[in-house]
Design a protein around this ligand. Sequence first.
Ligand SMILES: Nc1ncnc2c1ncn2[C@@H]1O[C@H](COP(=O)(O)OP(=O)(O)OP(=O)(O)O)[C@@H](O)[C@H]1O
Ligand SMILES: [Mg+2]
Length: 409
Amino acid sequence: MRKPTLLVVDDQPANIQVLHQIFKADHEVYMATSGEQALAFCASQLPDLILLDVIMPGMSGHQVCSQLKSDVRTRDIPVIFVTGHSNPKDETEGLRLGAVDFIPKPVNASIVRARVHVQLMLRQSLRQVQDLNETLEERVEQRTSELQQALLELRQSQDDLAHSEARATLSTLIASVSHELGTPLGNGRMVASTLAQQTQAMVQELRSGQLKRSALDAYVGQVSDGVGLLERNLERAVELLGNFRQVAADQASEQRRVFSLSTVVGEILHSLSPSLKHQPHRIEVDIADDIVMDSQPGALGQIIINLVNNAYLHAFEGRAHGVLTIGAQLDADQVTLTVADNGIGMSPELLDKLFEPFFSTKIGKGGTGLGMAIVQNLVSKALGGRVSVVSTMAQGTRFELVFPRVLPG
Ligand SMILES: Nc1ncnc2c1ncn2[C@@H]1O[C@H](COP(=O)(O)OP(=O)(O)OP(=O)(O)O)[C@@H](O)[C@H]1O
Ligand SMILES: [Mg+2]
């Protein structure tokens, strides 16, 4: 820390000597024996404070003070008058000229130290405030642009996440559909190989010329059962694949197309059914058949998947018979899609944070807290609509999505 600098101005060297003694230990003390000398000193160097005698030959203390106060360079230097006699008129004049304090002669060491200290502290605080003010605007500007940049990055990463979420959903779909396809294809293979064995046996009997009528009847019966079984299993496989293909194509693309709302919702739920069917809950769908959309089915699918997953994961946690109701209505070319569960509901505090990215009550237990942020993003960006929610603790949660039947643009 640099020592504060004082300028002591007095025509009497003895008076200067006294003040020098008082301050020399912890101040840098400069001296001037006339007003002219004091001003010359200030022209080259700015002291932190001036102790100024009032009555001096040549320039008076008052003249020196008014000169200092009229110069922008020196006007902020605090001036304390050291007065020989207490004269209210003089003091008033001194104040008018901008002095900050008066000290009577002969000076008392502790009083003069205390007053000088106060003024130096004030001056230092003032300087800090001024410095702060000067940099404040700059800092606000810099902060604002940093925040704007951060916001931009956040939006970007939210979009990226929506994409990666779509990819993740796709790979979950692929996994569950390939698993699901295993059953009908395995059944089919078993039926086919049983049929092959039975046919082989039949051929041998035929060649040996010992074929009995009853054996032929039995064989025909087995073949037609087997073929029926084969057909049903293959149909199931084709159906699974067909659903999957459409959902996958919608997920993978951001294309808009014309589609039936009830069909697409049905396909999505169907593709989710392998992972949901082992749960004791059910989904009721009430969507009019004739709502024909021209919009982005991939986004719609993602939204429904996230809401259904949340109902099963959060709302129905620990419940035996959850019911999720999905309904839709068309009114003046606006679609209102509702997804309502009769689950645990949400507290007002939870509801406040629901759409915040990374907010999850299952962090570390499989939740990333992005599901609802993505829902909100997709409803507004991809479907051109908005989402609202009402929830009652212990009764359930109802999401309402309103979006145009035909996406504008
Ligand atoms: N239908 C619901 N009923 C009750 N609570 C819910 C429901 N939907 C969401 N929540 C609460 O809101 C939180 C945020 O949901 P969100 O889908 O954003 O994240 P998450 O499901 O925890 O994680 P993920 O990113 O895997 O979806 C959940 O952690 C849960 O506490
Ligand atoms: Mg979720």
